[in-house]
Design a protein around this ligand. Sequence first.
Ligand code: 5RP
Length: 242
Amino acid sequence: MTNKNLTQNEQKTLAGNFAIDKLIEQKRIFSGMKIGLGTGSTAMPAVERLAERIKDGTIKDICAVATSFQTTIACENFGIPVFSMNAKEIGGHLDLAIDGADEINPKKQLIKGGGAALLLEKIVAYNADNFVIVADESKDVPSIGTCFSLPVEIIAEARISVIRTLEKLGATCTLRQGVKKAGPVITDNGNLILDLLWKTVPNAAEMEDKINNIVGVVENGFFCKNIPTVFIAHSNGTVSER
Ligand code: 5RP
């Protein structure tokens, strides 16, 4: 089956469905497990597929942690039980987290946070034994940091001081603006988002720590510490696992 011409949305659905079924087959998704569920238009089909596999009885007694209001509402709609990371059922640790990404480089370092959910996404991803990314082929790129902007969640009061420091690290910063809301985006945690671009490719692993050392930064969207398994769906209808 290599002569299809799937749209980007069709690839997202394919990646989500394929990954959930494959992870069940590999027993990396199993009954009684604790699972982190990501945010965005690729994570959502994965959440829906997980719900289908719960409904058809393949897996039981899942405890989920949602990474955003979007995911919490999806879980409510699909009947997936959601817990806080701090709940005794979760104990601050997950068996697996599955999520989308904005960009993936050959080392499987990521930019995430296009949907402004990077803080919870990183808490979930970095406290999971297995981290899995689902993506369409447009996310597979040679380098990260110069094309898709890096989201950085910041405390509102530190906006100017953080921008000044980030500019010294070579980044240009744009305050993310709301859609159908006047003024800036306010995250699920009540903070602001800066979108950063570099002229030359930054060292993502180094920059992840450097940015988080700035007073007033809550978290940034470089994900370099828990290297994921990546499922990438292609327009020809195939899915590659890396
Ligand atoms: C949200 C995210 C998303 O996973 C990322 O933006 C990819 O989104 P999509 O699957 O809609 O392209 O990090 O904060």
